[in-house]
Design a protein around this ligand. Sequence first.
Ligand code: PLP
Length: 381
Amino acid sequence: MMLPFNIPPHIGKEIEYIKVAIENQKICGDGDFTKKCNQWFESKFKTCKVLLTTSCTHALEMASFLCDIQPGDEVIMPSYTFVSTADAFVLRGAKIIFVDIRPDTMNIDENLIEAAITKKTKAIVPVHYAGVACEMDKIMEIANKYNLYVIEDAAQGVMSKYKGQALGTIGDFGCYSFHETKNYSMGEGGALLIRDEKMIEKAEIIREKGTNRSKFFRGQIDKYTWIDWGSSYLPSEINAAYLWAQLEEADLINKNRIQSWDLYYNGLRPLSEEGYIDLPHVPKGCVHNAHMFYIKTKNLKERSELIEILKSSGILSVFHYIPLHTSPAGQKFGEMFGKDNHTTSESERLLRLPMYYNLNAKDILKVIEDIKLFYLSLGDK
Ligand SMILES: *Cc1c(COP(=O)(O)O)cnc(C)c1O
């Protein structure tokens, strides 16, 4: 028996709601389930507008359109992130300026951003790694000073908070992911969060192939037409129905994940206190959502050995993010600003342990035990 790294969240009512969508004879986008999901986020997270999208990648693309990114514009982001964070802006012709991360949270180092700003800088894209918030006060202060857009990549941050505010609602735009590896899922999907009312109409037009069909469906106009450029970013009701089943139980899912996270943290704390590994850090003012649990080994070699040991014991652990500035596309479309003091070295130490809704406590204890045995055996050498 293998302990998987991830199991897509499934709460129980998904099939029932998908059946309702089929019986309602409405399976394309923007039906009842999509509206319910949008409104749930708007009221729970107190933001002006939320639009479900076909992915977080597409929500980022929409934000890139809405910020009117032009060829040659510069966009600042961490190099330690998923490719979509950069891709969305590269598609508009932007040059990506990668900034080093803080080793404690793996988030962009807010103190390095200001020096990376030039006349061409148009936006800052903080990525809330593992659902732990970036230092948004400082980032918003810099953005206001230089009149830059802030697009939060909150793909991993649904239900997390920074000083009481939901992640994704602080910057001009926020982007969520409901991919099957995320805390709440619809298979493939995402959402765009819009802070300012004046952006809503443009966003609706972009999402509906450049037409004002959203207005038409609300009865605000009697026929719809082609207004501007756009694409198709609205997900099917079948996917939205799946997500709705999970949003209804969002607190339950969140609590369950936090329990697993705490179990890992407390069980591994002795190893961290003895200096064998590092554990995740959640700064004051941040409420996280237990999107992932990771440890940091001494170095790359030790990580590879631990992965093999865990695998031989039936446990799947994974690492991720080859720093974007070292990738072929990253070198073509961007560059690292300043030194890579932490991005590469910290990324080589990070190891993600199994984490999903309803992960068995017994399995977590087994993972902890195996990691302890691994370090015990190192001590003997
Ligand atoms: C998952 C993820 C994405 C992409 O989400 P999709 O919904 O698969 O497009 C983007 N950024 C980060 C940080 C992610 O973790």
